[in-house]
Ligand binder design. Structure first.
Ligand code: SF4
Length: 508
């Protein structure tokens, strides 16, 4: 079924709103392109619309007619009984608030009445630490949303007031209703991925290749292979909050690919999951798809899990860029963060990629790590220089500041001050500026500071967030700090930041 103009899509679903009991607005607080790249949208959209009693329509902050009108039918945002956001990146909270404002929904949860939708937020950001956002939200999903989405609809359908629904949601495992102030909230995870419903008819925009509306991985069928990660690098959120690692069986994955390619009009499969190379039968899965004439794309692979046969198959399927994350050139720091990669693992991965025909390499590094010295930074520069010297591939090195994340083993570590981050990044760029075929990408240190503050902050940040949303951009955060008297940009290095306790201590 096609959505109404101007956005044409395959597999979008339009129901008669007057013939269902529950209207759900799925909101992504960023661009259409970013939202359509995420698996959460496909999973929730499909699960909700599989019910005869529910209509789910989508809303995006940017690139659609209006953030307050659905892509499917221009249904006004505030006409929904529930609006559910996925918050993937901390800074998108400003977009989220702007969507509420434009949709004429009171921004503060305490100002909402029985005529307003219930506002729910899920996603990795709030599963790690929901506290900075409590002012704006009626309920948070802590953990994996596909486990509770049907119960949420059943509750809202069965209760006759908004307040009754929220009170009933507060009783559910994995739901956090801030007004109830529970002593603990459990994080929910699905034990068996094979038993789970999976969206095989995925929504795909009908746009030209290279269009600004095209999802980041291109027009492809998203195949979730694993959830969680078998490693737990001390800085990494996935390695901590998505435990244990779960994997779909090869048989189930092959079945999903067959159905997916039949029901989604694409000939490319993007594999989704962390540290996929650890999967016993990844090579078999990839080579099976390649033999069927399907293009395959994989996200980053651990350097120690790469085999020549796997990369051979990926090259045949059209992949030409290998992405690996050494994190740092210092083997001492790699060891202390629990990454478990050696220099020779990384060298071998690069050599293998080049030998089978890859033509570009993407490398991820972090600076400002706990315990980092000048020498460690120098090791990162050296590693990039050596890789460039010993290969003919194009190289993109993405060098980003360390962001302490709640619920990781490095949650209490401070972040480097803004000036120190800037100086370190500038020095690295200076030392690498003459390396041929190398592009350096960096995250703006101001963004890293905002992300860190929102990752580890408490509910006092609500005021700053709300004020920043009225202005937007970095300037907005600065003005909000001044107007509220609450410092946000310096929070992640403030020695007093946990003097009132750990804000997310109640999450179990
Ligand atoms: S950094 Fe990669 S390997 Fe380490 S825990 Fe995170 S996803 Fe797993």
């Amino acid at each position: 079924m096609l959505a109404p103009r101007p956005l044409r899509e395959y597999n979008s679903i339009l129901k008669n709103s007057s013939r269902v009991d529950v209207l759900f607005g799925y909101c992504y607080p960023s661009t259409y392109r970013a939202g359509m790249t995420g698996l959460a949208l496909q999973i929730l959209y499909s699960a909700l619309n599989s019910r005869d009693d529910t209509s789910c329509e989508r809303y995006f902050r940017h690139q659609t007619q209006s953030p307050a009108l659905s892509v499917e039918s221009n249904r006004p945002l505030r006409d929904n009984h529930i609006i559910g956001f996925t918050l993937t990146y901390e800074e998108d909270i400003l977009n989220l608030i702007q969507m509420l404002v434009i949709g004429k929904i009171p921004v503060l949860a305490e100002d909402r009445t029985d005529n307003d939708p219930i506002v729910i937020i899920g996603g990795p950001v709030v599963s790690s630490n929901p506290e900075p956002y409590v002012d704006f939200v009626d309920a948070f999903v802590i953990g994996e949303g596909d486990l509770v989405i049907h119960n949420i609809i059943d509750i809202v359908k069965a209760t006759d007031s908004r307040y009754g629904s929220i009170a009933a949601l507060a009783e559910m495992d994995g739901l956090y209703v801030p007004t109830t102030k529970p002593s603990s909230v459990s994080h929910i995870t699905i034990p068996d991925l094979d038993a789970l419903e999976y969206p095989v008819a995925q929504v795909i925009p009908d746009v030209e290749e290279g269009s600004k509306l095209e999802p980041v991985f291109g027009k492809s069928f998203l195949l979730e292979v694993t959830r969680g990660c078998g490693h737990s690098c001390k800085f990494c959120l996935v390695g901590h909050i998505c435990q244990p690692r779960r994997t779909r069986s090869l048989e189930r994955l092959q079945d999903l690919v067959k159905q997916g390619i039949e029901q989604t009009p694409v000939n490319k499969v993007s594999l989704i999951g962390s540290s996929l190379g650890d999967l016993d039968r990844l090579e078999e899965l990839v080579c099976w798809m390649v033999a069927k004439g399907v293009d395959v794309s994989v996200p980053s692979l651990r350097a120690d899990s790469i085999s020549k046969d796997l990369l051979d198959c990926l090259v045949k399927s059209g992949q030409r860029t290998l992405t690996i994350a050494p994190e740092t050139g210092s083997s001492k720091l790699r060891k202390s963060m629990g990454k478990g990669l050696t220099d020779s693992d990384i060298e071998m991965a690069v050599k293998t990629a080049e030998s089978v025909g890859y033509n570009s390499l993407k490398l991820y590094f972090i600076i400002g790590l706990p315990g980092e010295t000048e020498e460690d930074i120098h090791s990162t520069v050296k590693m990039i220089q050596n890789i460039a010297k010993n290969s003919t591939m194009k190289i993109t090195a993405s060098v980003n500041p360390f962001v302490p994340k709640a619920r990781t083993r490095w949650e209490l570590e401070p972040q480097l001050e803004l000036d120190a981050l800037r100086t370190t990044l500038r020095n690295i760029e200076d030392q690498l500026k003459n390396v041929p075929r190398l592009t350096i990408e960096t995250l703006d240190p101001r963004s890293a500071r905002i992300q860190a503050a929102l990752s580890i902050g408490n509910r006092s940040l609500g005021k700053v967030i709300r004020t920043a949303a009225t202005y937007g951009g970095y300037g907005g955060w600065r003005r909000a700090e001044k107007e509220t008297g609450i410092s946000l940009l310096s929070l992640a290095s403030d020695p007093e930041r946990f003097s009132k306790g750990i804000p997310w201590a109640y999450l179990k």
